[in-house]
Structure formats: structure tokens, C-alpha cells
Design a protein around this ligand. Structure first.
Ligand SMILES: [Cu+2]
Length: 112
């Protein structure tokens, strides 16, 4: 019986720990991160809606360099295999292009 009580106490402790951990979770889960692939000379997805505080990470999966440029997006050259990260602040519609291949266009919308 003492063993069961101890097991029960452990379960309660584990649940409490899980609850307390959840308490902090919203701070980190409210701000999401979004992935945009740069692949075959295209942005994928080519339109994305995020919230202020969210982070967008562009990953260049092509062999050639690309850029992400428009409004607050100023990546500079992103070599193949590299990433560019940006955190949304103000609500805005942000069309952007790759300045090295201007036919590559896409947009990010920031909404509360
Ligand atoms: Cu490009």
C-alpha cells in the first residue's frame, strides 16, 4: 500500500510539474515561427500571414544565392543552404522580391 501511495505521489508530482510547465508555455507559443522555402527559383509559400511577434525563416534550398527584399525585409545575399530570419512587428502588407531574380516575388501580411 505504501508503494501505491508513493506511486500516486509521483503521478501527482508529475502532473503538477506538467501544469507548472504549461503556465509558462503561452509566452513562447504565442509567437510562432513560420518557414518559407526558397526552392527552384520560387518562394514557397508565396504568400503568408503572420502576427506581430512571429518570426519568419526563409531557407534557401537552391544552389544559387537569393535575397528577400521589400519594406523591412532586407536579407542581403542568402547563399544556398543559408537562412534569413525576420520578426514581424507592425501590421503591414509586405510584398518582396529576390533582387537577383526580380521575377521571384512573394508577400508577407502581418495582422493582429
Ligand atoms: Cu533569387
Amino acid at each position: 500500500m505504501a508503494r501505491m501511495a508513493r506511486a500516486a505521489a509521483l503521478v501527482v508530482a508529475a502532473l503538477l510539474f506538467a501544469l507548472l510547465s504549461c503556465e509558462k508555455a503561452p509566452v513562447t507559443t504565442l509567437a510562432r515561427s513560420h518557414q518559407v522555402r526558397i526552392v527552384d527559383m520560387k518562394f514557397e509559400p508565396d504568400s503568408l500571414t503572420v502576427h506581430p511577434g512571429d518570426t519568419v525563416i526563409w531557407t534557401n534550398e537552391d544552389m544559387v544565392a537569393h535575397t528577400v527584399v521589400g519594406g523591412p525585409l532586407q536579407s542581403g545575399s542568402i547563399a544556398g543552404g543559408q537562412t534569413y530570419q525576420w520578426t514581424a512587428k507592425e501590421p503591414a502588407d509586405i510584398p518582396y522580391v529576390c533582387t537577383l531574380h526580380p521575377m521571384m516575388s512573394a508577400s508577407v501580411t502581418v495582422r493582429r
